[in-house]
Design a binder for this molecule. Structure first.
Ligand SMILES: Nc1ncnc2c1ncn2[C@@H]1O[C@H](COP(=O)(O)OP(=O)(O)O)[C@@H](O)[C@H]1O
Ligand SMILES: [Mg+2]
Length: 253
């Protein structure tokens, strides 16, 4: 795979003046492209995406299965690297160019700054509910992990299940633990990849409401890929991924 991101620009640069004074840019995609090569086939999943997302907004990403939603989230989180182009994340007054970081540096950046909610929860089965939520704090060497984790678990109404293991919980309960975990280390950005995709409708709605409430209360940016059309109505901006391009919903801004 071609990775032109190795052009050696410094990872940390001064943030440019925002073009829209009331909106602080948090994420910028610059010519972001992901191609999967299979034999002679080039599968262009993301095609030169250029877009900015703002601090505090709730972005809803729609698109058919296979349209590249997870691929885009994995590039923004630095789990994966683009074929070419860049993801830039503005942190305080600095711009962090994820593509200029090594994989290890991206992992450290993600641990500190990003919380992720997955479709299949991805809790660690050998850790209790409390330990799962404490983990991001402990990985960052933060003090007070137990207290903070307990507060968040109270907030998702699982304060009475601290010592339970994930396999004893329902899907909705596991996802509520995952939401607490995603917020534990007070990240800049929450990414959610079809967080209700594995839940029945009622449970999905409860989980969604919690996720929105918690991220809004904490003033966080939420970027959510979803199939659930009702989510789109709540979002600040709705984008569609279609044939590798990000298109703004006609009702979006
Ligand atoms: N590691 C990979 N190797 C080859 N193709 C992949 C890989 N990961 C994803 N794809 C392809 O990229 C496309 C987008 O996948 P994905 O981002 O998972 O879509 P979505 O999340 O919208 O369902 C799909 O056609 C998928 O088969
Ligand atoms: Mg997906």
């Amino acid at each position: 795979m071609i990775d032109q991101s190795v052009e050696r620009r410094p990872a940390i640069q001064a943030a440019p003046e925002g073009r829209q004074p009331n909106k602080r840019v948090l994420i910028r995609l610059e010519g972001l492209t992901k191609v999967y090569d299979e034999g002679d086939m080039h599968h262009m999943v993301l095609d030169e995406l250029n877009r900015e997302f703002y601090a505090g907004e709730f972005v809803c990403l729609l698109g058919k299965s296979g349209s590249g939603k997870s691929t885009l989230l994995n590039l923004i989180s630095g789990i994966d690297a683009p074929s070419h182009g860049h993801v830039v994340i503005y942190q305080d007054s600095e711009a962090v160019r994820l593509t200029a970081l090594t994989e290890h540096e991206r992992t450290l950046f993600r641990r500190r700054n990003i919380g992720i909610v997955f479709q299949f929860f991805n809790l660690i089965p050998t850790l209790t509910v409390l330990e799962n939520v404490m983990l991001p704090l402990e990985l960052n060497g933060e003090a007070g992990a137990s207290r903070r984790a307990q507060q968040l678990l109270d907030r998702v109404e699982l304060g009475n299940r601290l010592q339970t293991y994930p396999d004893k919980l329902s899907g909705g309960e596991q996802q509520r633990v995952a939401i607490a975990r995603a917020l534990a280390h007070d990240p800049l950005l929450i990414l959610a990849d079809e967080p209700t995709g594995n839940l029945d409708e009622d449970t999905g709605n409860t989980v969604l409401t919690l996720l929105l409430e918690l991220t809004r209360d904490a003033g966080k940016t939420l970027f959510m890929a979803t199939h659930a059309p009702e989510v789109a109505r709540l979002a600040d901006r709705v984008l569609h991924l279609d044939h590798g391009k990000l298109v703004i919903d006609e009702n979006g801004h």
